[in-house]
Design a protein around this ligand. Structure first.
Ligand SMILES: NC(=O)C1=CN([C@@H]2O[C@H](COP(=O)(O)OP(=O)(O)OC[C@H]3O[C@@H](n4cnc5c(N)ncnc54)[C@H](O)[C@@H]3O)[C@@H](O)[C@H]2O)[C@H](O)CC1
Ligand SMILES: [K+]
Length: 500
């Protein structure tokens, strides 16, 4: 799914109105029906709803939703930022006029609603936030930031319409006053800012509600940002050949583990064995091999006589992809052997953890990273590779530069893991959860992505497929064990390419 900018969405809006038999009021009604339907399906009618309504079209949505839900039997209280009609957008004014007179209504010129109403609010009442959407510009003017701070101090659950109010659609959200939503019902597309660590947490759960913007416009729209959805994955996944034999599905080599770090090798191998590749060999210190062989007898081993990576595996040409880094350590002889590996093999690599740190400390090695590889840094490792960034925009620029220079894919791990391609396109993951923020999750990803590369997917396919299925495995594990109890080993058995 494409992620369009706020201004592109505005254009899509205008294009739809011009080229399809729908006017802006009807489009707003369509959006509001989608929002109201979500509320009806998810919120009990005994819960009162407080609508906070701004002056623009986000406010217009809020008023239309209040009308629809009032008719559906909800107790609705509407509080408007202003009652001066000439300050309202045309669509907002239209929907204010259509608000049934029985809906309880308040506005600041009568009483300061932020103070009066918030103290009266039942603790289980839900706030529908329709103050500001994609039209916010510059720093917030009062009383908005004051209201937002007050709402954020309340115990009540908040549902934001389109965007948590105060959030800008792309960049520049650090340190801003933004509504902290439990759920954000966003229209047609996720907005880039929702997926970035700067302010993404303000959205709570993100639900994307289609409102039928022009398909023609969306198909033609140019963007470098994409959202990884089930449909995209379905287009990548390959069928397994009925007459397959292990020789045609590649051989993954995993170079991981060092003294006392055999767990990383076990996790990595277990994940690679779920990828569909024909063979998995793990190169690890010979004294560390026992747990791997006991837990995953399907994996083969290539034994290093040292207690860290210090000998190249034999017959490197036999492997179709190499994963390196998990639990590897940074012993000087490991650095030397990694250098030798980079100079001896042109097979695509998945480079993780200590292997990334070695690349960060030894700049001159970067030129030997095989084209078509994948690097999987978390933000700390990324900083070591590209230096500090002042904001998210600069971070993305630096990642793009790295991907282009190495002619490789960069997977920046996080809540919405970003997969950056050498051409500059960035794909944000839609699966996964905070229960995955635990030791070993990265080892599972590295093993799985290496397996997919060996299986025959190219680097961007393996990266996109890998992060999506890895996140899905996390979602399945969270259903089984809960966010706290789930751990990285649980992910392995949930790594399935069974995409509906
Ligand atoms: N295509 C779609 O997705 C549709 C979206 N809809 C909704 O429309 C809003 C966008 O509406 P717009 O009128 O352009 O902007 P807002 O309502 O978000 O805000 C305008 C409003 O806010 C004031 N304002 C702007 N910046 C500031 C500031 N820094 N401080 C204070 N006040 C500010 C401005 O003066 C205006 O009064 C979108 O999010 C959807 O909710 C439609 O329903 C149709 C389809
Ligand atoms: K909003």
């Amino acid at each position: 799914m494409k992620i369009l900018t706020g201004s592109q969405i505005k254009e899509a809006d205008q294009y739809t109105i011009k080229n399809e038999p729908i006017d802006s009021i009807a489009l707003m009604e369509r959006a509001s029906n989608a929002i109201a339907q979500w509320v009806c399906e998810n919120i009990d009618k005994t819960i009162s709803l407080l609508f906070l309504v701004g002056k623009g079209n986000n406010g217009g949505d809020g008023l239309a939703v209040a009308r629809i839900l009032f008719h559906a039997g909800y107790d609705c209280l509407v509080c408007m930022l202003t009652d001066k009609e000439d300050e309202l957008s045309e669509e907002c004014r239209y929907n204010l006029e259509r608000l049934p007179k029985y809906v309880r209504f308040d506005s600041p010129s009568l009483r300061r609603f932020s103070i009066v109403r918030f103290s009266d609010l039942e603790p289980d009442a839900i706030i529908i936030d329709a103050l500001l959407g994609s039209g916010v510009k510059g720093d917030l003017r009062e009383p908005l930031s004051e209201i937002i701070d007050q709402v954020n101090g309340l115990p009540n659950k908040v549902i934001s319409v389109d965007l948590p109010s105060g959030m800008k659609t792309e960049f520049g959200n650090a340190g801003q006053s933004i509504i902290k939503a439990g759920v954000t019902l966003t229209l047609e597309f996720p907005k880039l800012a929702m997926l970035l660590p700067e302010a993404g947490e303000y959205c709570g759960d993100i639900k994307i509600l289609p409102i039928g913007l022009s398909k023609d416009f969306i198909d033609k729209a140019i963007t470098e940002y994409h959202y990884i959805t089930n449909d995209l994955i379905k287009g990548i996944v390959r069928k397994r050949d009925k007459f397959a034999h292990k020789g045609i599905y590649g051989h993954a080599l995993l170079i991981c583990g060092s003294r006392g770090m055999s767990g990383a090798a076990v996790l990595c191998a277990g994940a690679a064995l779920r990828s569909g590749c024909g063979l998995v060999t793990v190169h690890l210190p010979q004294l560390e091999r026992f747990s791997l062989q006991a837990i995953y007898p399907s994996a083969m081993t290539s034994l290093d006589n040292d207690d860290c990576f210090s000998e190249l595996p034999e017959n490197l040409d036999n492997y179709s992809a190499i994963g390196i880094g998990c639990g590897l350590g940074k012993a000087p002889r490991t650095i030397k052997t990694f250098e030798l590996l980079l100079k001896s093999s042109t097979k695509p690599m998945v480079i993780d953890a200590d292997a990334l740190n070695i690349l960060a400390d030894n700049y001159e090695l970067r030129q030997f990273v095989p084209e078509g590889s994948i690097l999987t840094p978390h933000p700390g490792e990324l900083k070591r590779l590209v230096g500090e960034w002042k904001d998210e925009q600069e971070k993305i620029l630096l990642v793009r530069e790295l991907a282009a220079n190495l002619k490789s894919v960069i997977i920046v791990k996080g809540a919405h893991t970003m997969v950056c391609l050498p051409g500059g396109n960035c794909y944000f993951n839609s699966t996964g959860n905070s229960g995955m923020a635990k030791g070993g999750s990265g080892d599972v990803l590295t093993g799985y992505v290496t397996g997919l590369l060996a299986r025959g997917y190219n680097n961007w396919q393996a990266a996109i497929l890998g992060v999506y299925i890895h996140g899905l495995a996390g979602d399945r594990a969270s259903v089984r064990y809960g966010l706290e109890a789930m751990n990285s080993k649980d992910l392995i058995d949930e790594l399935t390419l069974d995409i509906k």
